[in-house]
Ligand binder design. Structure first.
Ligand code: LCS
Length: 394
């Protein structure tokens, strides 16, 4: 049996081979909207799905650049096939529109990225799809939420921005018993630290805008699942058209070549920053899955091989003190998004999760004092020194 290469080697090599025409070592950017057929018979066969090949960039497999990226991410996630999208939200939209229909029921983690929340809260009900937002860290609540028409369970773990962790394996098992698809938003962990499909989920998706691209210079999304599931999703991709640009696909391929190195450094730095914050008298509480004080630390330890670079915390003095902190940082950037080489700090209640109704935010602990930090790959002493001087100003 052929030996499986280690994860870091697969980050560099999976999905890629030298260009068959000119021998270019790196995967070329196929900056084209259409592909030339040899004759009408071939064109018809490609459209009928009787012959594999490229047709038009909106239609999967899009271009060879997209195909290489999809294959690389699918391999890293341990899945059979992947599909790239224009953004994480385009991926989530195609997934729910492709799988759910009027009369279906969706169970979602009650703390998810703000736009995911709004999509589920405002758009799906208009299409006759009912959504239950559940604290998925409580398995009894998840068990009680299933209905006869539950067709999908959508988990975000660790959750944006509270860092709540839920047990993917246990919930995937429940979903299977009820004939529902288990989807995990793996954006915060990446397949380097967490492999939802190996834990039993059916689909793993990520916003490539974050750690996969890794450098805060692109928007993208990706979905990975079985070949059968992805071939059902493919027509919806063509119909909805939220396609990644070829240049972004190429940037993601380049970003992924260092995923293993970046994630190690993000996690190493984040632990140091979390420990610093936890010991600082100006900080009231810290949530980082790698700290023993995290309420689901043991579940995180069971299903993640590392804890990534995201931390949330509350400053003593509440919202006003938090604002002063965020307005005083110098090295860290006051910006939304996450998973960049650079450290980013932001205020979810007024920024990424401002679209979540206030009473719902409060009920799921996205409190006004919560500050979220995406720890970059700078040297940790410098990040800590910046936070220390900003904390002096609160
Ligand atoms: N899933 C998660 C967990 C996210 O954090 C985001 C974006 C998305 C999906 C959507 O991805 P996008 O469409 O932006 O590629 N999260 C953001 C955040 O926390 N700040 O800005 C965007």
């Amino acid at each position: 049996m052929e030996r499986e290469m280690k994860f870091g080697t697969r980050c560099v090599h999976s999905g890629e081979k030298p260009d068959p025409v000119y021998g270019a070592h790196t995967t070329p950017i196929f900056q084209t909207s259409t592909f030339v057929f040899e004759n009408t018979e071939q064109g018809a066969a490609r459209f009928a799905g009787e012959e594999a090949g490229y047709v038009y960039t909106r239609i999967p497999p899009n271009t060879p650049t997209h195909a290489a990226l999809a294959e690389k991410v699918a391999d890293l996630e341990g899945g059979e096939a992947g599909q790239t999208f224009a953004s994480g939200m385009a991926a989530i939209t195609a997934l729910v529109l492709g799988h759910l229909k009027q009369g279906d029921h969706l169970i979602s983690t009650d703390v998810v990225y703000g736009c995911t929340y709004s999509l589920f809260l405002t758009v799906l009900p208009r299409l006759g799809i009912k959504v239950s937002f559940i604290d998925t860290s409580d398995l009894d609540k998840v068990r009680a939420a299933f209905k006869e028409n539950t067709k999908m369970v959508f988990l975000e773990t660790p959750a944006n921005p509270t860092m709540t962790v839920c047990d993917i394996g246990e919930i995937a098992c429940m979903a299977r018993e009820h004939g529902a698809l288990c989807v995990v938003d793996n954006t915060f962990s990446t397949p380097y630290f967490q492999k939802p499909l190996e834990l039993g989920a059916d689909v793993s998706l990520s916003s490539c805008t974050k750690y996969i691209g890794g450098h805060a210079d692109l928007l993208g999304g990706v979905v990975v699942g079985s070949k059968d599931f992805m071939s059902c999703l493919a027509p919806v991709v063509g119909y909805t058209g939220g396609i990644m640009g070829p240049h972004e696909a190429w940037l993601c391929i380049r970003g992924l070549k260092t995923l293993h190195l970046r994630m190690e450094k993000h996690a190493e730095n984040a632990l140091e920053v979390a420990e610093f914050l936890e010991s600082h008298p100006g900080v009231e509480w810290v949530r980082y899955p790698g700290l023993p004080s995290h309420p689901q630390h043991l579940i995180a330890k069971k299903q993640m091989s590392g804890y990534s670079g995201m931390i949330s915390f509350g400053v003593r003095g509440g919202l006003e003190a938090g604002r002063r902190l965020m307005d005083s940082v110098r090295l860290c950037s006051l910006a939304v998004s996450l998973g960049a080489t650079d450290t980013l700090i932001q205020h979810p209640a007024s920024m990424t999760h401002a679209c979540v109704p206030c009473e719902i935010r409060k009920s799921v602990c996205i409190t006004d004092e919560l500050v979220r930090i995406s720890v970059g790959i700078e040297e940790p002493e410098d990040i800590i020194a910046d936070l220390e001087q900003a904390l002096e100003k609160i």
